[in-house]
Design a binder for this molecule. Structure first.
Ligand code: BDP
Length: 327
């Protein structure tokens, strides 16, 4: 009898301990679209490692790379809803959800990457982060995604008239569709994973992206003209579901944020090296790269894109002006 009771008690205690552990340690899942070796992939793995370390094993993140958990717009919804805890997202597909974040998708709004980071570190970045947090996504840190330029399989682009008539893949965001239309092209919003095949089979004539993605996806093999328009400089976030973050203790929040900041520092360092390596690789493989001597006609053609954005979001005019006035 004694034996029986003690077994029962030990069993009950073990079960209770398990319940407590399950409630206190968290298992998170994270989404990333990029392949092995890409700076963001390495930086997200580092984030996972640092999370476990800095939280004393209280939080564990399992990363899913290569977009295996779905397309980027779907993953953004999943992180907003809490089905996924973490994602590395480009602010492009976040724009349609958070109007403040969409400001970075106005073509040519940033002068260069350092300008973008200066904005993100100031009042502008706070406004963007607040807009995202209100939609359930908290940016813990910002990643670099360089500048995006046009590429296609037919010709070098030097003027807007070279874009006229081309079917160009864009990310899901009306600002990008407007951008292509204003240049006289036909925009084709499409998931990242479908672009290689679409370029290869001629479903689209071209697309636009930074050097590392142009290279890592193999797009350079099927669209060999890369023209340095640098029309979009879009930051990326290491984002977390807002309820999950807000439910953490102050110490845990600090640990998560510190891990994210360290991950971003690593990503930015690797990004700079990868941009050069990717450019060198594709040019060595025969890609024809051209500078665009006069970008002004491209910039001027974007006036209606800005007007439409401001007409739909009149309260965001000060944010646009703040970015334009930032040195
Ligand atoms: C890459 C971004 C990735 C986007 C992709 C795209 O890092 O988040 O999904 O472009 O064009 O540069 O869809």
């Amino acid at each position: 009898m004694y034996q029986k009771i003690s077994t029962f008690v030990v069993g009950a205690v073990t079960a209770a301990t398990l319940v407590v552990n399950a409630a206190s340690a968290a298992d998170w899942r994270g989404w990333n679209i990029h392949v092995e070796g890409y700076p963001n992939t390495v930086a997200m793995d580092k984030f996972a490692e640092l999370l476990t370390e800095k939280t004393g094993g209280e939080i564990n993140l399992q990363m899913f790379h290569g977009g295996t958990l779905g397309s980027q717009p779907d993953a953004i919804e999943q992180v907003r809803l809490g089905g996924l805890a973490i994602g590395n997202f480009n602010l492009g597909p976040i724009g349609p959800i958070a109007a403040e974040a969409n400001v970075v998708s106005l073509p040519f709004i940033f002068k260069d990457v350092p300008h973008m980071f200066r904005v993100l570190e100031g009042e502008g970045g706070q406004a963007i982060a607040d807009g995202m947090a209100a939609k359930g996504l908290i940016p813990l840190a910002w990643y670099d995604a360089g500048a995006r330029s046009f590429y296609n399989g037919e010709k070098a682009i030097n003027t807007p008239s070279d874009v006229a008539g081309l079917k160009v893949r864009v990310m899901n965001n009306d600002l990008y569709s407007g951008m292509i239309s204003e240049l006289g092209g036909n925009p084709s919003p499409m998931a990242f994973s479908e672009v290689y095949q679409a370029l290869k089979t001629g479903v689209v004539d071209g697309a636009e992206n930074n050097w590392p993605s142009y290279e890592s996806t193999g797009h350079f093999e099927v669209a060999g003209f890369y023209s340095l328009s640098q029309h979009l400089i879009i930051p990326e976030c290491l984002c977390i579901n807002a309820d999950i973050y807000n439910g953490l203790s102050a110490d845990m929040q600090a640990a998560v944020t510190a891990a994210a900041q360290e991950s971003a520092a690593l990503q930015r360092e690797m990004w700079a090296a990868r941009e050069t390596a990717s450019r060198e690789k594709v040019v060595a493989s025969g890609v024809v790269m051209n500078e665009i001597a006069n970008k002004l006609p491209f910039q001027e053609a974007m006036a209606p894109v800005y007007e439409n954005y401001l007409a739909a979001n009149p309260d965001l005019r000060p944010l646009v002006e703040l970015i334009q006035a930032t040195d």
